[in-house]
Every structure is written in structure tokens, then in C-alpha cells.
Design a protein around this ligand. Structure first.
Ligand code: MN
Ligand code: MN
Ligand code: ZN
Length: 295
């Protein structure tokens, strides 16, 4: 990885719509002042996507490179559930994950964020095993891929796995495809899951828990989202930075954390028509990065 120029500020960006083509997402990111960018490479609510067009993929990579956007991140479709009790859905999910991996490779995107999945009432152990097998299945079908799959921390709604760092550790331990896996930390989700990231002591012990279960070095992307709901609610409702229950205090912890200095922080927060909320969110993260960090 190339060392970023000093004075360029923290490595922050946002999830941007790719409506009109992936190159349009780059334009939106530049307009907002992003240094890094997350996209969907296909419709996030459908199984099938349009075929990859090599010329479009090339144009996207060129535009992103010219704009200095790096690293690029893709978020996989929401329908994918490797832990589903239904074998048909599991097979479909593994195939869809293969497609997502291939889209990342075609578009020069090194990181693919994936929700671990929901066990649908069949229990955590069965679900965690199924996720590991699904990851191995997709990895076996993409042997030459350069894409790293990032298991995202979950809020813990319903039977969704990944709200406890131990779930992520179990998946990593059980998957033969372990070298191709890493983590995406979502601040809204871990707050909703019950981890304290607002107080300084809470932040430290949350990071210690993550470090001892999985290793902090595995965190390759952070979703910087405030939370509308209180800690431990197990409900996933994103809020703009500083306006929710995590608040400026929590984001000072994040933005001044030495262990995460080189980890991209990406907004997935509510947007307005003009893109002003994204610009404000990024400005807030930059401002909080200059505050005195946790003692
Ligand atoms: Mn997500
Ligand atoms: Mn997220
Ligand atoms: Zn979320």
C-alpha cells in the first residue's frame, strides 16, 4: 500500500449510488470530498445483475484512480444468506457471492463487504458452520480472485449472526478460505449489538474484545454510522454523524484511534438530495479526528 501524503487528512469516504453507471459513483464521491468509496456493483435487492461490461469496468477504475479514491470497496447484495435453513437459498447465495467476487475482480475492487447471515431459527452453531461452508464454496469457485471478503459486524436483529465478535471468530476459525477473509466494523451495528464505543473505557474494552477474539489487524474497512437507537437495542437504524446515540464522543474515539489510522472510514448515513449531508458527515469526521483522543 502506498503511503498517503501527509496533510491529506483522514481516510474517509462514503457509500455512493452507482445509478447511471459505476463511473457516476466516482463523480459523486469527488463532489462530496471522499478519499475512499463504497458501491454496489449490482442492484442490492436482486439476485441477478447486468453482465459486466469490460469497457465500463475499465472506465470506472481509471476514473477512481484519477480521483485518488482508494481503497475501493463493494457491498454485496442484501439477499445473500449463507446461513439460511433453506438449501436452495444457501446454494443461490453462494452463487451470488461468486458473482459479487467476480464483479470486484473485474472492477479492480479489493474489498467485498458481506453480512454473515441469519440462521433463521436453526441456532447459532448450525448457522456459523453454514456460513463457513458457503464462504469455502464461493472461494473454491474463484481460485484466482484477489478479492478479500469482509465479514461485517451485525446489529443483532432477529436471527442474524455477527453481532457478537465470537461469531466472527468462529467463522474465521472454521473456514478453510480463512486467508481470503477479513472484517468490516460498522459503528452503528456494534453499538446496537451492545458494545460501548461512546465512553473512553468502553471504547478500549470493545477494541480489546475484538482484538482478543479476531485481531484488530483484520479490520480492513470501517462503516462510520451514528445510530438512531440506544446501545444494545439490536435494531439497525443509521443516523448522521454526531446526531445519534453514538454522538461526537464516540466518533472522536474512532477518528483518533491509532490502530485504525490507515483503515478507511466510510459513511452509510442518510442522504439529502444535494449531497450536503455527506459533505457535512465527512467534515464532521475530519474535525473530530483533530480532537484529543482517548487518554
Ligand atoms: Mn451492511
Ligand atoms: Mn454497514
Ligand atoms: Zn447497517
Amino acid at each position: 500500500m502506498t503511503k498517503r501524503p501527509t496533510g491529506a487528512g483522514p481516510l474517509v469516504g462514503a457509500h455512493m449510488s452507482a445509478a447511471g453507471g459505476l463511473a457516476r459513483a466516482v463523480e459523486r464521491a469527488v463532489a462530496a470530498g471522499c478519499r475512499t468509496l463504497q458501491v454496489f456493483t449490482k442492484n442490492s435487492n436482486q439476485w441477478a445483475g447486468k453482465p459486466i461490461v469490460p469497457s465500463e469496468a475499465k472506465a470506472f477504475q481509471r476514473a477512481a484512480a484519477e480521483a485518488g479514491l482508494a481503497p475501493l470497496v463493494s457491498h454485496s447484495a442484501y439477499l445473500i444468506n449463507l446461513a439460511s435453513p433453506d438449501p436452495v437459498v444457501r446454494a443461490r447465495s453462494a452463487d451470488a457471492l461468486v458473482d459479487e467476487i467476480e464483479r470486484c475482480d473485474a472492477n479492480g475492487i479489493p474489498f467485498l463487504v458481506l453480512h454473515p447471515g441469519s440462521h433463521g431459527g436453526e441456532g447459532e452453531e448450525v448457522g456459523l458452520d453454514r456460513i463457513a461452508r458457503g464462504l469455502d464454496d464461493a472461494a473454491a469457485k474463484t481460485p484466482s480472485s484477489r478479492t478479500t471478503i469482509l465479514l461485517e459486524t451485525a446489529a443483532g436483529q432477529g436471527a442474524c449472526l455477527g453481532h457478537d465478535f465470537a461469531h466472527l471468530a468462529a467463522i474465521l476459525a472454521r473456514a478453510d478460505s480463512r486467508p481470503r477473509l477479513a472484517l468490516c466494523l460498522d459503528t452503528c451495528h456494534i453499538h446496537a449489538a451492545g458494545y460501548d464505543i461512546v465512553t473512553k473505557d468502553g471504547w478500549r474494552s470493545t477494541l480489546d474484545a475484538l482484538d482478543s477474539s479476531c485481531g484488530l489487524g483484520l479490520v480492513k474497512v470501517i462503516h462510520a454510522n451514528d445510530s438512531k437507537k440506544e446501545r444494545g437495542c439490536r435494531v439497525d437504524r443509521h443516523e448522521r454523524i454526531g446526531l445519534g446515540q453514538i454522538g461526537e464522543k464516540g466518533f472522536v474515539n474512532l477518528m483518533t484511534e491509532a490502530a485504525f489510522e490507515d483503515v478507511p472510514k466510510i459513511l452509510e448515513t442518510p442522504k439529502d438530495e444535494e449531497g450536503r449531508w455527506d459533505r457535512e458527515g465527512l467534515a464532521a469526521l475530519r474535525k473530530l479526528a483533530r480532537r484529543k483522543g482517548p487518554a
